[in-house]
Design a protein around this ligand. Structure first.
Ligand code: ZN
Length: 419
């Protein structure tokens, strides 16, 4: 084995070891706190709900442990068994090496690699989520969702792959810059078009009916100078009892979306507070900042692929002959997770900061914090969220602070807004 192959194998195994270690740490921590409801939530969360959330957390942890091992075994097999160079050889002798053919090869490999995940997804939905009463997806919907996803990636992903390969032909050693520009333009276009063209393929959106809730939310939008085309209700209950709210689109196309499950679970002031939190993300410019961050990281990514594609050793380490860009793209796709994993605590820490900022914004425009706290408590209870993750575990994986952390921060904000 070359040092490149050894480094790759080391990064992949070190990731798995870290995942398993963090999961074990978390399970023990959760079990140690399983008998008593956390002090700050006594009288808020009852013992039965707490016990059920512990059970749910442990069941999810077991599934995740299996997934982590399963994914790693498949990745190592795919990388080091020689199946990829063999598949590329067959593809080239059959279809040739035009951009269209290489794009088809990459697409087919991506599809083949997604297949082993299907039984795990199925198990998660119909065993785990079902057991805890969250699943509402019919098997028909489950399959149709996957077929629609496949159709979309054929329609959008395949042409994008071909375009990337064409850029390599057209622009030579600067291909990575052109490709980055094209991918960025595609992402921006999708951000505008997805809410209009793609989301409606999966869910039904209906305008929030006239009434006190609509009045209240429109007033909030006006008060915060948040221009929204409309407030829509999404039939989230079609798939799950978990709930959410978000806004999509730009400018006049912007719409606020509430899950029907959220409307069922929360009171009107609580819904207003949740929307205020979402508007907070907007007002604090979190979305353009995240877009800029993702643009910079993808630029770094494409530049890195270009560097790797210049190294014959990189190809040979995984059994490929140097020459075509396709293996470099493929290997980068397979290996990037083993690198970005180590950066995820940083991105999650950043994301949690944004959540605190959005919470503080919500408390500010509501002039009180108890509606948001009430909403968070209910959502935690309904979603059986883990109240006591190990601090290292949540620090590594959580994109949102835990409920207790958010309450503590909101109590501070409430003191400063004087309520
Ligand atoms: Zn948020």
């Amino acid at each position: 084995m070359s040092w490149i192959a050894l480094t790759a194998a080391f990064l992949i195994l070190a990731r798995l070891a870290t995942e398993l270690w963090l999961a074990r740490l978390n399970r023990r921590y959760v079990l140690a706190h399983a008998d008593t409801v956390p002090e700050a939530l006594k009288g808020v969360v009852d013992a039965a709900t707490h016990a059920r959330s512990v059970e749910y957390t442990l069941a999810r942890s077991r599934l995740r442990r299996f997934e982590d091992i399963y994914r790693t075994v498949i990745l190592l097999l795919v990388l080091f068994s020689g199946v990829l160079p063999w598949a590329l050889g067959s593809s080239v002798s059959w279809l040739g090496d035009s951009a269209w053919a290489m794009g088809a090869f990459l697409f087919a490999v991506g599809l083949a690699l997604a297949l082993p995940g299907l039984p795990v997804d199925w198990y998660e939905q119909y065993r785990l989520e079902e057991r805890f009463g969250f699943n509402t997806t019919t098997p028909g919907t489950w399959w149709i969702d996957r077929l629609k996803g496949l159709g979309l990636s054929l329609l959008l992903g395949y042409p994008l792959l071909v375009l990337v390969l064409k850029f390599v032909e057209w622009t030579g050693s600067w291909w990575w810059l052109w490709t980055w520009g094209a991918v960025l333009a595609f992402q921006l276009l999708m951000a505008v078009l997805a809410p209009v063209l793609i989301l409606p393929l999966f869910n039904r959106f209906t305008p929030l009916p006239e009434g006190s809730l609509r009045q209240r939310l429109l007033k909030l939008a006006e008060r915060t100078r948040f221009r929204a085309g409309s407030i829509q209700v999404m039939d989230g209950s079609k798939r799950s009892r978990h709930s959410n709210a978000f806004f999509t689109g730009f400018g006049g196309f912007r719409k606020i979306v509430l899950f029907d499950t959220l409307i069922q679970q929360l009171t009107e002031p609580e819904l207003e507070a949740v929307l205020a939190h979402e508007i907070g993300h907007f007002k604090r410019k979190h979305i353009p900042k995240l877009l800029a961050f993702s643009a910079i990281s993808s630029l770094a990514g494409f530049y890195l692929i270009a560097l790797l594609a210049d190294q014959d050793g990189f190809y040979r380490a995984f059994g490929f002959e140097p020459g075509s860009i396709a293996p470099a793209l493929l290997l980068f796709g397979l290996l990037s997770g083993a690198v970005t994993f180590w950066l995820s605590p940083l991105t999650h820490w950043w994301s949690r900061r944004y959540e605190y900022q959005a919470d503080a914004f919500a408390a500010g425009v509501m002039n009180e914090a108890h509606s948001l706290i009430g909403a968070l408590r209910k959502l935690n209870e309904k979603n059986l969220s883990n109240l006591t993750p190990h601090p290292l575990y949540s620090g590594f994986y959580y994109s949102h602070p835990t409920m207790l952390e958010r309450e503590r921060a909101l109590a501070g904000t409430a003191a400063s807004v004087g309520s």
